[in-house]
Design a protein around this ligand. Structure first.
Ligand code: GRF
Length: 212
């Protein structure tokens, strides 16, 4: 039985598109994108879902007074309406509380645009990540796919991929290079490994099992 994948989005949805394209190439082994849930009604990611024939839902963050209430509603939607086996945060910009991670232990994954533990944590998201990398003067950066826990960007690391930082890079140019060379490759790979039950969490480490 293939696993049902729910993708959480808030913006442009280029990582969602990478998952949709990978699915189209048969690369999401034993997984199917069953829903896209956005925290904002105008996210272009919802257009991408519609074009791919994937049910889209909007759960506006501002409809809830706090993160806990929002997380409870999202968790209900995921479990009762979508029946998700895997939750993928792809450019999702809303803080969630522990209820989701308790409902989905080691079944929520996130893509972060740096080599964690560099340039991550509360407030370090989107373009800010690349601004900090350039400010620090690193020669390589990249992306990380990790399991999501209560602590921001600190869950067990599943996959990482590096990309060069080049002279004259702006945050936008570096972001695009990391998206193209890292994010859009790593996320489908990690999702496919999860759906094949090939990810084994051992403390902080994630072991990738050979084909079962
Ligand atoms: C990407 O850099 C992603 O790593 C970060 O949000 C940015 C936009 O993602 N989490 P997307 O284009 O909405 O997938």
């Amino acid at each position: 039985m293939s696993k049902r994948i729910a993708v959480l989005v808030s913006g442009g949805g280029t990582n969602l598109q990478a998952l949709i394209d990978a699915q189209g190439r048969g690369e999401l082994v034993n997984g199917r994108i069953s829903a896209v849930i956005s925290s904002t009604p105008d996210a272009f990611a919802l257009e991408r879902a519609k074009n791919a024939g994937i049910p889209g839902y909007v759960l506006p963050r501002w409809d809830f007074s706090d993160s806990r209430g929002y997380t409870a509603a999202l968790t209900r939607l995921l479990r009762e309406t979508v029946g998700a086996d895997l939750v993928v945060m792809a450019g999702f910009m809303t803080i969630l509380t522990e209820e989701l991670f308790q409902a989905y232990p080691n079944a929520v994954i996130n893509i972060h645009p740096s080599l964690i533990p560099s340039f991550c944590g509360v407030g370090c998201y989107g373009l800010h990540v690349h601004e900090k990398a350039l400010e620090y003067g690193v020669k390589i950066s990249g992306a990380t796919v990790h399991f999501v826990t209560e602590e921001c960007d600190a869950g067990p690391i599943i996959l990482q991929k590096a990309a060069e930082v080049l002279p004259g890079d702006t945050p936008e140019v570096l972001q695009r290079r990391i998206m193209e060379q890292c994010e859009w490759k790593l996320l489908p790979q990690a999702v496919s490994l999860f759906c094949q039950d090939r990810l084994k969490v051992e403390g902080r480490a994630v072991r990738i099992l050979d084909c079962l």
